[in-house]
Design a protein around this ligand. Structure first.
Ligand code: MG
Length: 459
């Protein structure tokens, strides 16, 4: 008699497989250089390294923005956050006193996948609005377990040096971050040292419960965003210290998810994606990650702010290899829709490209450009290997905008670290990129800023 695993393979062998399961794992503030397979010398990530080797590792993949809220809005909608109002000049992200969130008029990845019968779940950090009308269940997720915004918010610590010292040995009671499930607060303050593990356990339960139908799991870790809490099993685990402990726990979770997929016979029909929402929060020094050979980090439009690790695994479908071409968060919605046989909205501007040809290894990535925003300001543009900076923040992400005239120009293929400004030698390229930026900006319609408004917190 056939075992259940064998039965699960029959439709695949007959070419009758339905839409694939999709597991999207997103780390928070993990840098481009923080995984073994991206060259980190002391953080061990055997599960993600294996995923990269058995699948595709992209070296020029961009997040949605250099900050959490905007980046996640871009991820789930396939649109630049400036188009949905999830990008602001007055505040970087949503805070507990924020009023706004992802508008209902936006169409999200889970909403699109649900048209094809997917079960949808989100575990982890949402950060797209915590008032009732903005929560994940109102944006296409059947179930949600996690924290509504960053794990350092609702701090009960005074700002200043004392806070900086205490954050090195964090305790749950220093923060008053709530955990939501089923639209209600189920825990407060969050027991952060076990939270990452609980995301994994609930993810595994969701996979088991939906093994017979297509599912979409969005696992958005709140880590390694500071404060760094690792499970006791991972404390002191890494030579890299507390930051490495947290990364190694995330890595272990990916291994556990893969083990369940293997046990259930779902590996051949599941796409697993791993990435990060923005670059490392360098102001946190050794508590932050690294962008490796890329310049700067979170909050900036240098490569280190927005270029992130990106791994894709789907045995038998995604062609193993290293992809040097461009991809971005905005591309995931059209790519997932394509794989699921679902349609992409046609009544609005979409900013993504379908990457399935590149994933299957039958053609190049269709993405040739990337528009670098900080808040609602377009600061830089990339076309092919060339990137022009028109505006920048010079010293980390708290400085005011600094227009650059003439702009800085870098060739990112030859100079990925953005060290050598070649604008003087290529005025024609600068002019082309300026034209591209101007045309793009003319096509962006101003909408209500969702991040600016604040009021007394509701929770
Ligand atoms: Mg982040």
């Amino acid at each position: 008699m056939a075992r259940p695993m064998d039965l699960a393979l029959i439709p695949i062998l007959l070419g009758l497989a339905g839409p694939p399961n999709i597991i999207l794992v997103v780390a928070d503030d993990m840098g481009w250089g923080d995984l073994g397979v991206y060259g980190h010398p002391t953080i061990r990530t055997p599960n993600l390294d294996r995923l990269a080797v058995e699948g595709q590792k992209w070296t020029s993949f961009y997040s949605g923005a250099p900050y959490c809220t905007s980046s996640r809005a871009g991820l789930l909608t396939g649109r630049l956050p400036v188009r949905s109002g999830m990008a602001s000049e007055s505040r970087t992200v949503l805070f507990p006193d924020s009023v706004g969130g992802l508008p209902q008029s936006e169409v999200t990845i889970p909403e699109i996948l649900k048209t094809r019968g997917y079960a949808t779940a989100m575990m982890g950090k949402w950060h797209l609005g915590h008032r009732p009308q903005h929560q994940p269940e109102k944006h296409g997720f059947d179930l949600y377990f996690g924290i509504p915004y960053s794990n350092d918010m609702d701090a009960r610590l005074p700002d200043g040096p004392a806070k900086n010292a205490l954050i090195r040995t964090p305790k749950d009671e220093y923060f008053n971050v709530p955990v939501f499930s089923g639209g209600a607060i189920v825990e407060r303050p969050a027991r952060q040292e076990t939270l990452t593990r609980r995301y994994i356990e609930r993810s595994i339960a969701f996979i088991r419960a939906n093994r017979e139908r297509p599912f979409f799991l969005y696992l958005a870790h709140h880590a390694p965003h500071v404060p760094l809490f690792a499970h006791a099993q991972f404390e002191g685990h890494s030579a890299r210290g507390p930051y490495g402990d947290v990364i190694e726990e995330i890595d272990d979770g990916v291994g556990r998810l893969r083990a369940v997929l293997a046990e259930l016979g779902l590996e051949q029909n599941t796409l697993v994606v791993f990435t990060s929402d923005n670059g490392p929060w360098l102001a946190q020094k050794d508590l932050a990650g690294t962008a490796g050979s890329l310049r700067d980090g979170k909050g900036t439009t240098f490569e280190g702010g927005v270029r992130v690790p990106a791994l894709f695994l789907w045995p038998g479908t995604v062609k193993p290899g290293v992809v040097l071409e461009m991809g971005a968060f905005f591309d995931l919605l059209p790519t997932f829709a394509s794989l699921a046989g679902a349609s992409v909205p046609t009544d609005r501007v979409m900013d993504g490209y379908d990457l399935t040809t590149a994933l299957r290894g039958t053609g190049p990535s269709p993405r040739r450009t990337y528009f670098y925003y900080r808040g609602a300001t377009l600061q830089a543009v990339r076309s092919g290997p060339y990137k022009a900076h028109f505006v920048t923040r010079l010293e980390g992400h708290d400085q005011s905008p600094h227009p650059l005239d003439p702009p800085w120009l870098y060739n990112l293929d030859q100079d990925p670290g953005e060290q050598y400004d070649i604008a003087k030698d290529h005025p024609d390229v600068v002019a082309e990129l300026r034209k591209l930026a101007d045309a793009h900006t003319r096509g962006v319609i101003k909408v209500e800023d969702q991040i600016a408004a604040r009021a007394a917190p509701v929770h």
